[in-house]
Design a protein around this ligand. Sequence first.
Ligand code: ZN
Length: 279
Amino acid sequence: MTIKPFTVTIIFLLVVYRPGYAQDQQQATWNHKQFAVALTYDDGLNVHLDKVIPVLDSLGFKATFYIPCNSPSLTNRLAEWKALADHGHELGNHSIFHPCAGKSKGRAWVRPAYDLDHYTLSQMIDEIRLANTFLRAIDGRTKRTFAYTCGDMAIGDSSFVDSLKNDFVAARGVTAGMNLANRTDLRDIRSYTVDGQSAEVLIALVDRAKKEHALLVFLFHGVGGEHPINIALKEHNKLMRYLKQNEPEAWIAPLADIAAYMSRFKQKSVEKQGFPGRE
Ligand SMILES: [Zn+2]
């Protein structure tokens, strides 16, 4: 069968100028890399200082640490947490007392005094803003991200998401999923909770983010212990080594830096297209 030049031209146009192609190309630019990865560690644990930081520093990775201000580790090792921020890691806001809705399933551990269901909306917002002041006193920074405690974004039916939109570059949620550059709600960034998976399972997510030109956010708690939600240190480090191998194509940075980039990217899209991108 012979293929006529006209047919070749049509095929070429369909492949190269297919709808969304230009958008795909825009999405492929993550600070000049193919995809982005944010490593986030919650709850201000000693293992973050003792086991995670040495690995990250040895590989040159910068991460985000969401620290409730009442973390015993922060109280006891304040200078070490400050040093971590001085070295380019992000101290993320995770409230002061880590309030969570106690009536939700599996929340028997929530102390009545810090049960979000007993909070008022202004109490929660005040607490989160005060945590920002506290963290600014440690690291001197005015721009950071927030992580919803237990992923809770409301007290009963009253959401506090919108009330915080001017206080943060972005906020990390707990819904699993990839984040595309111009289709992500920066008030609810998707993340993958790491809890007992093997490195292979997590590496598959890295490969998927690469394929989809997306931002992948890992949500760690314990690493080699100290928290019921945990990953073995060996598996964590295996994942880190894989990320290092992929660093030529992966932008690995604190979530505040990546979210600020996304915000600028969306703004540019709005200016270019003349209408707001999906939020
Ligand atoms: Zn937490």
